[in-house]
Design a protein around this ligand. Structure first.
Ligand code: NAD
Length: 298
């Protein structure tokens, strides 16, 4: 893999940080994003600008992507100006969270043309993307995974999830359902405690030493809800997309998700109330409003 040119499509919150790490690690990088403000900082760091995903794939051996939705992944991978129409790249690695179906569709189209598409959704947020500590869930041919491992290690810790396209996407949806469910359930529990006169920091401290501890009580409440900053760094729109994908895929697989459906509705109401661009910790504010309390610092 040494000496191979890398491409990166989708330079948003996650992609820009992952691409910057690749440049800092010494990789030659070709980049594309329709938003100029996303491209310019990476070009200033030494990346080469391309005019489309197809041009990225004309200039690079491996194309990486971090994109917002399944439709955008389908267009970037398989569309008229997409990666598959580029001449040089043989490998496509998709870090986006877009569910197993689009991963399977893209992988099949690449395989038909003698190329490989790997799904590699990530967890760890923008801090993980910046520090190179993401959990990277990978599915696809094992030999391809092994060949890509040194590049993936620049961005985090890769986990091989299986050879079947989309398996890593399923695991990522399972994780994000649990993260959102923990946030919703913790909001209800902590609002109740506060209404009874308990201090929210004490509630978290005790729960974190007890069996109810979870990612919301350990991280999201102390960092973004109790200080009232609501800036954990993950939008309600993205969480709603992830949980929606999860519940839909589970339904298609014959796995009923009663709790998952309730979590999805809570995120939908949070989005309608505070806007899709709001931080998803605003779920707590929704519960606060209904309960008539504020989960604030002492
Ligand atoms: P983002 O919206 O900040 O970035 C998406 C980027 O894709 C934007 O720069 C946008 O201009 C670009 N884009 C849109 N359409 C495009 C197209 N047709 N061609 C090329 N580029 C296009 O989103 P993000 O927060 O960086 O998330 C990216 C992916 O990573 C999502 O699937 C998300 O679910 C996942 N994810 C995000 C986080 C997080 O904390 N933000 C954590 C883990 C996983």
């Amino acid at each position: 893999m040494a000496g191979e040119v890398l491409g990166f499509v989708g330079l948003g919150q996650m992609g820009s940080r992952m691409a910057a790490r690749l440049i800092d690690a010494g990789h030659a990088l070709v980049v594309f994003d329709p938003v100029e403000a996303a491209v310019a900082p990476l070009v200033a760091r030494g990346a080469r600008r391309a005019a489309s995903p197809a041009e990225v794939a004309d200039l690079a051996d491996i194309v990486l992507a971090s994109l917002p939705t399944p439709d955008v992944v389908r267009a970037v991978g398989l569309g008229p100006d997409g990666v598959l129409s580029g001449q040089r790249a043989r490998r496509f690695v998709d870090f986006s969270t877009t569910g197993p179906r689009v991963a399977q569709q893209v992988a099949a189209a690449f395989e038909e043309r003698g190329r490989t598409s790997i799904d590699a959704p990530v967890s760890g947020g923008i801090t993980g993307a910046e520090k190179g500590t993401l959990a990277i869930m990978v599915s696809g041919p094992r030999a391809e995974y092994e060949a890509l491992e040194p590049v993936l290690r620049v961005m985090g810790k890769p986990f091989f999830c299986g050879e079947k396209a989309g398996q890593a996407q399923v695991l990522k949806l399972c994780n994000n359902l649990l993260a959102a469910a923990a946030l919703v359930a913790s909001s209800e529990a902590i609002a109740m405690g506060v209404k009874a006169g308990l201090d929210p920091s004490l509630i978290c401290e005790v729960i974190n030493s007890s069996s109810g501890r979870n990612s919301a009580t350990q991280d999201k409440f102390p960092r973004a809800v109790i200080p009232r900053s609501f800036d954990f760094g993950f939008t309600t729109a993205l969480s709603l997309k992830d949980v929606g994908l999860c519940v839909d895929e589970a339904g298609a697989m014959g796995v009923p998700m009663v709790v998952g459906s309730a979590v999805r509705q809570m995120l939908a109401v949070t989005s309608a109330t505070f806007g899709p661009g709001s931080d998803f910790t605003n779920v707590a504010r929704l519960v606060e409003g209904w309960a008539g309390v504020e989960i604030g610092g002492a």
